[in-house]
Design a protein around this ligand. Structure first.
Ligand SMILES: Nc1ncnc2c1ncn2[C@@H]1O[C@H](COP(=O)(O)OP(=O)(O)OP(=O)(O)O)[C@@H](O)[C@H]1O
Ligand SMILES: [Mg+2]
Length: 277
């Protein structure tokens, strides 16, 4: 009989590219692990995922292998066979790599995401990094998420148009307001577009602002070490830690609770993307 416990599912999503989704997902996972939570980070950027590159991990098994194993009864699924361990000092967390071949990515089914969330429910937290597209698969991820971090960078008008389309689309799913957290990355970088103008366009104030620190972000990726695990703290690493603390602080009204997702978009997306019944 499967364990009925549920993980808290934190997803980083955006409809803009190159804005720090992967960087943030990795740091959320690392910070949760640093705080002694058990964490599994899944790279769902199935075609061009960067999680393993950023963490200097060499995939041996991937989500493609896990999907095949999930065809068998769940009791036979051994999660550790499909996960890579990232370790730094006393902190460690697990990573599921995207398919190694581009063609394999087309075969990853949305139902695999639901099965994985069940099969990995012994983790305190599951963190998803995602690509910038709405697809049956990414919509399933959003549906099973406890919190969706919708990440923005206010630097480029076409990107803001895409963010607006994405944010409006998310609201059509009628999730609880608390489920979607609008986060601005590189908030203090020099830019021609005002934060307040972006908030007006999106119709919501930013829940949190992460500072710009190109050197620190680049250094952390070059070293394969999440910024929150580096010894020397920076304004950016402190902000990343504070964001995670907000997400898990149980004294806060904005804190997450480990509950089953209630959103009901899966039937809605079937109509749009022709999902399987
Ligand atoms: N707060 C920040 N300050 C400065 N640079 C940052 C910050 N956050 C992320 N970056 C840098 O932005 C670049 C893009 O980050 P990342 O790969 O995480 O973006 P992404 O949204 O996942 O991109 P893609 O759409 O290709 O998946 C990286 O070089 C990273 O170092
Ligand atoms: Mg990415």
């Amino acid at each position: 009989m499967a364990d009925m416990r549920s993980s808290i599912v934190l997803t980083v999503f955006s409809t803009a590219s190159g804005i720090g989704k992967t960087f943030l997902a990795i740091n959320i996972a690392a910070e949760l692990a640093r705080l002694n939570h058990s964490v599994c980070l899944l790279d769902l950027d199935l075609q061009f995922g960067d999680v393993c590159n950023y963490l200097r991990l060499t995939p041996t098994r991937t989500i493609f292998d896990a999907q095949a194993a999930l065809e068998r009864p769940l009791e036979k699924f051994r999660a550790e066979d499909f996960l890579l361990t990232y370790a730094r000092g006393r902190t460690s967390f697990q990573v599921m790599a995207p398919p190694s071949a581009l063609l394999e990515s087309y075969n990853i089914q949305a139902t695999t995401i639901e099965r994985l969330v069940t099969a990995l429910n012994h983790f305190d937290f599951i963190v998803f990094d995602t690509p910038k597209i709405f697809s049956e698969l990414s919509l399933t991820v959003l549906d099973v998420s406890t919190i969706i971090t919708f990440l923005c960078v206010a630097d480029f008008v076409p990107a803001i148009k895409n963010l607006k389309t994405g944010f409006d689309t998310l609201h059509r799913f009628n999730y609880e307001d608390n489920k979607i957290r609008l986060v601005q990355n590189r908030s203090d970088s020099q830019k021609l577009i005002l934060t307040t103008d972006v908030e007006t366009v999106l119709g919501r104030q930013f829940y949190y602002n992460l500072p710009n620190d190109f050197a620190a972000a680049r250094r952390s990726i070059e070293r394969g070490c999440p910024l929150v695990l580096e010894e020397n703290s920076t304004a950016l690493s402190e902000s990343l830690r504070e964001l995670v603390a907000r997400y898990i602080n149980r004294n806060s009204s904005a804190a997450v609770e480990p509950e089953r997702p209630t959103g009901g978009i899966f039937s809605w997306i079937k109509g749009i993307f022709g999902g399987r019944s």
